[in-house]
Structure formats: structure tokens, C-alpha cells
Design a protein around this ligand. Structure first.
Ligand SMILES: Cc1cc2nc3c(=O)[nH]c(=O)nc-3n(C[C@H](O)[C@H](O)[C@H](O)COP(=O)(O)OP(=O)(O)OC[C@H]3O[C@@H](n4cnc5c(N)ncnc54)[C@H](O)[C@@H]3O)c2cc1C
Length: 401
């Protein structure tokens, strides 16, 4: 395959990463056969608005579409939607779909994402997770004045939903086992700031306590029981306790899978096989550490990188991004560049946590490794992003006036 383009490319997973891969292949001149396989019946749509604009009702669901049918037609893609891939043989270079179809490939991109972890099996009325359009619509329909929502887990998803639900008039309780929400990710100070923000608005945020049981009667949720025995009544419960990579179908494929599809720094999992987005784990050379990133921008960037390396393996480039994410909570936009998790120091370098407009820099070893801003202009943030990308020493980064 080196030099000449592959004749048949299959992309599995029809969301942000898979779409970026398909579009990049065509943009870069690939004119062979191209198949996009997606478990969901929808054309690719965007997930971040599900916990924000769709949940709060400010967007109709149609606005989440990433592309229309005409755009996909123009790409000359054989779309297989509503049918998951069921098996892969790397040795035979073949993907088997759940409907029995066999797709032989010369090049393959895997972009199957993640799914929510659950506390109880799906089916109890009023117990929700939030990953796809149907989840968002189901939750949206249940929220409003007089409704009681308990959110299990105060991560970014849980806190965004708490903000949207409160805005819709629901009474919201959030239960989080950690003493400070999100502290493992953004540090104690920012975590405490987020906790204050939610409490000030009226969220009943219970930290340092875990949900022991989701309580239901006649197949309908009635509330949760906490580890200390407290019972919290609820009309609805959202379980937002993290995700699991969609890799079960790869068992026996010949690929290495351990909390994601293991790739090299070129996003290659095997010759001709690449992975991208939430499901991919790869060593990011910029930070010298393996990563699996569940961020929207990374899905698109990695989809592009995987497609390029698949097309031009002789000139394959390491995928070395500065991770980026944002989160909208009430009227504040949080944005972060780099790696914040596991940092040894976090320092406010601009603004003030108390007034809600601030920038925090994160240090790992002797380097600036990340930065998080709330209500900070994009231009300021971009400067810090460059400092992270340039592997700037901590002291030097902080000495800039
Ligand atoms: C509610 C919500 C809010 C978010 N908000 C933000 C945010 O504010 N900022 C941010 O940076 N990120 C956010 N994210 C994360 C972001 O949406 C993800 O990082 C991004 O969607 C990942 O794209 P992906 O293509 O890798 O995977 P996914 O979007 O998970 O897509 C994978 C696709 O593959 C399909 N699939 C799975 N298994 C198979 C199979 N065997 N065969 C075929 N298809 C399969 C799935 O059905 C799915 O459609 C949010 C996510 C959610 C759910």
C-alpha cells in the first residue's frame, strides 16, 4: 500500500472522528471506494450541544447535524447506518457487520467512541444516561418546574446537565463521592469554584458521599439511597459516571485493546488500521505519555490525522496535539488547553476565582503543561496554548508580563 493509495477504505463509527476521516480522505485526493459504518441510524451529529442547547431547549435537535445528506452524497460514501460492525479480522482485512455483510478493506479507520457507564441496566423509567440524541430528547421531556432531578456524578457532563436542568426550573441535586468535584481533573481551586457556582445558583450539591442504590418501584425510579443511608426522592436520575470505550466487537481481531484501541504515535493500531477519537489510546509525543481523550476537537483532529497517515504511510506524522476542551455552565464558558490532570501545581495567573473570570496555569515537573480559563478572551488563551505547545518551562511561562 505504500506509495499508491489503498483501493478500499472502511471507516467504522459515523460521528465526529469518523466524519473527519472520511472528509479528509476525499479532500486529500483519495478516489477509491469508501464505506462509513455507523451503529446509529442518524447522519453524523454533534454531541456537545446535547447537554447544553438541546437540553435547555434553545436548539431544535436538527441543528446538531454535522452534515446533510447532500454533503455525504458529494463525498461518494457508501453509508451503512443503523448497523454496527460486529467483528474485525486484521489478518483477513475484513470487517463483518451485524447484518452479516462482509467489508474487505485495504485501509481501516476505527472511530467507535465510548458509551456511558451505568449503575443499573437500561429500562428503568426515569433513569437516564446522556450520550446520544434519543437520550437528550428523553431527558429534556422530563425536565421543568416541579420536577426533581438527581445527577449522579459531578463531572463536566453532570454539572452541565445540572445547570441546564436548573435553568429549566427543575430542582436539582448532584451527588459526588469526591470531596471537591472535578478536583482530580482541574485542581482543588477550580473544583471548589465550580462547586460554589452551582450551590450559589441553587443546586443541592452533596460531595463526599456516594450513591449506594437507585431506588425504583413498579419499574419507575423513585430516588436514590446514599451510602450513609440518606434517601433522596427523585422523578428522574441522570447517571453521569464516565464512559467505556466501544471495543468489545474487536475481541479476537488481532488488535491490542486496553481502555481503548492501542495505537502508535501515528494513530496506527496495525498495518493499514488506524483509530481516532474517544476510542483511541496513543502516546502523545508532546507530553511523552499515552492518552485517550474524550474531547470534541480531538475527535476531529485525530480523525484527520489518522486519515492522512493512512493515505501517506511513508510520510506518516506523529499526532502531537495540545488537547482542548470547553464546557458551558450557566453564562460562563470554561476552556482548557493541554493536560491538567495529575499536575503538581495550579496557579491563578490572571483574574480572580472570586469574581468568576480567571486563568489558571498548570505545572507538571518543570514544564507548563496546561491552562484553564473562565470568561477569558480567546486571544489570551491562544497565547498560553502556544506556550504549552512550545513545551515552555514553568518559570519562563510565568515570568511573561
Ligand atoms: C452530552 C455530551 C456533551 C459533550 N460536551 C463536550 C464539550 O462541551 N466539549 C468537548 O470537548 N467535548 C464534549 N463532549 C465529548 C465529545 O462529544 C466527544 O469527544 C466526541 O463526540 C467524540 O467523537 P468520536 O467520533 O470519537 O466518538 P462518538 O461521538 O462517541 O461516536 C462514535 C460513533 O460510533 C458508533 N459506534 C459504536 N460502536 C460501533 C460499531 N461497532 N459499529 C459502528 N458504529 C459504532 C456510535 O454509535 C457513535 O455514533 C461531549 C459529549 C457528550 C456525550
Amino acid at each position: 500500500m505504500t506509495g499508491a493509495h489503498p483501493g478500499r477504505v472502511v471507516v467504522v463509527g459515523a460521528s465526529a472522528a469518523g466524519l473527519a476521516a472520511v472528509e479528509t480522505l476525499r479532500r486529500d485526493g483519495y478516489d477509491g471506494s469508501l464505506t462509513l459504518v455507523g451503529a446509529e441510524k442518524h447522519l453524523p451529529y454533534d454531541r456537545p450541544p446535547l447537554s447544553k442547547q438541546v437540553l435547555s431547549g434553545s436548539w431544535p435537535v436538527e441543528r446538531t447535524a454535522l452534515r446533510g445528506q447532500a454533503d455525504l452524497d458529494a463525498l461518494d460514501v457508501d453509508l451503512r447506518l443503523g448497523v454496527p460492525a460486529a467483528a474485525l479480522s486484521v489478518a483477513a482485512r475484513s470487517v463483518t457487520l451485524a447484518d452479516g455483510a462482509e467489508l474487505a478493506y485495504d485501509g481501516l479507520v476505527l472511530a467507535t467512541g465510548v458509551r456511558p457507564r451505568r449503575l443499573v441496566p437500561a429500562g428503568t423509567h426515569g433513569v437516564h444516561v446522556l450520550r446520544d440524541l434519543e437520550d437528550a430528547v428523553a431527558l429534556r421531556e422530563r425536565l421543568g418546574p416541579g420536577r426533581r432531578l438527581v445527577v449522579v456524578g459531578a463531572g463536566f457532563l453532570g454539572t452541565e446537565v445540572a445547570a441546564a436542568a436548573l435553568t429549566l426550573g427543575a430542582a436539582v441535586t448532584v451527588v459526588e463521592p469526591a470531596p471537591v468535584p472535578l478536583a482530580h481533573l482541574v485542581g482543588q481551586q477550580v473544583g471548589a469554584h465550580l462547586a460554589r457556582t452551582h450551590r450559589d445558583r441553587g443546586v443541592d450539591l452533596r460531595t463526599g458521599t456516594a450513591v449506594a442504590e437507585i431506588v425504583a418501584a413498579d419499574g419507575r425510579v423513585t430516588g436514590v439511597r446514599l451510602a450513609d443511608g440518606t434517601r433522596l426522592p427523585a422523578d428522574d436520575v441522570l447517571v453521569a459516571i464516565g464512559s467505556t470505550p466501544n471495543t468489545e466487537w474487536l475481541r479476537g481481531s488481532g488488535l491490542r485493546v486496553a481502555d481503548g484501541i492501542e495505537c502508535d504515535e501515528h494513530c496506527a493500531a496495525a498495518p493499514g488500521v488506524y483509530a481516532a477519537g474517544d476510542v483511541a489510546r496513543w502516546p502523545n509525543p508532546l507530553f511523552g505519555t499515552p492518552m485517550r481523550i474524550e474531547h470534541r476537537t480531538n475527535a476531529a483532529e485525530q480523525g484527520m490525522a489518522a486519515a492522512r497517515n493512512l493515505l501517506h504511510p511513508g510520510e506518516a506524522r506523529p499526532f502531537a496535539p495540545v488537547p482542548y476542551f470547553w464546557s458551558d455552565q450557566y453564562d460562563v464558558k470554561f476552556q482548557a488547553y493541554g493536560v491538567l490532570r495529575g499536575s503538581s501545581q495550579a496557579r491563578v495567573v490572571e483574574g480572580d476565582l472570586a469574581d468568576g473570570r480567571f486563568l489558571v496555569a498548570y505545572r507538571t515537573g518543570e514544564r507548563l503543561t496546561g491552562v484553564l480559563g473562565a470568561g477569558i478572551p480567546p486571544r489570551t488563551l491562544r497565547g498560553w496554548r502556544t506556550a504549552v505547545a512550545d513545551r515552555t518551562a514553568w518559570e519562563e511561562a510565568l515570568s511573561v508580563p
